[in-house]
Design a protein around this ligand. Structure first.
Ligand code: UDP
Ligand code: MG
Length: 176
């Protein structure tokens, strides 16, 4: 993968409903690998307060309690992903929020294929440059996005990278 345009970062999450099924988790990882550079990956479990903080914008919504409970109900996986137009591209791969709609209008999307309910809908993705920045910092506080853009983005764009099967992320090629 070599890209002419600058790479963009986004935050992607595989939610607990999908992580609970190892085959679905692996399938989703492969689909991500086919379409993105994987910059960081972290398997984690949220405490309830993490869930409440992350989804604070939805506080008061009828589905908020259900959402907060679900997102702290079991393991999930977070990624920092890079490609051209990463934010829009990942949202496109995910499909519509509402699973009923996803099944009927976008059956080939991840939510169309694997979504269970409007809450247990398989994946999360940042929806703007601002939210990507905020959400990357939320999940990966030690990640210096500006520094990555300056130092590593140009090298990734040239494709001088390798995939590490163990850590399941892309890294810069070792200089020999
Ligand atoms: N959600 C829900 N019921 C709804 C709408 C949303 O349970 O009617 C949950 C669902 O898990 C969704 C999350 O709340 O992914 C955040 O909602 P948002 O509208 O931001 O959708 P997204 O950005 O995830 O597509
Ligand atoms: Mg959203």
């Amino acid at each position: 993968m070599r890209c002419a345009k600058a790479l963009q970062l986004t935050l992607a999450v595989i939610k607990p409903d999908a992580v609970a099924h190892p085959l679905i988790l692996e399938t989703l990882h492969q689909k991500i690998l086919e379409n993105f550079f994987i910059i960081r990956k972290n398997d984690l479990v949220w405490r309830r307060e993490d869930s409440e903080n992350f989804y604070a914008e939805h506080a008061g919504c009828y589905f908020y309690q259900r959402l907060v409970e679900f997102m702290s109900s079991g393991p999930m996986r977070a990624y920092i992903l890079a490609r051209e137009d990463a934010i829009t591209y990942w949202r496109g791969m995910m499909g519509p929020t509402k699973v009923f709609r996803a099944h009927f209008t976008s059956p080939n999307t991840l939510r169309g294929q694997y979504g269970l309910t409007d809450t247990r809908n398989t994946t999360h993705g940042s929806d703007s440059i601002e939210s990507a920045k905020k959400e990357i910092a939320f999940f990966f506080p030690e990640f210096a996005a500006d520094e990555w853009m300056e130092r590593e983005e140009p090298v990734f764009r040239l494709g001088l990278i390798e995939y590490n099967e163990q850590s399941k992320v892309h890294t810069l090629q070792e200089t020999r």
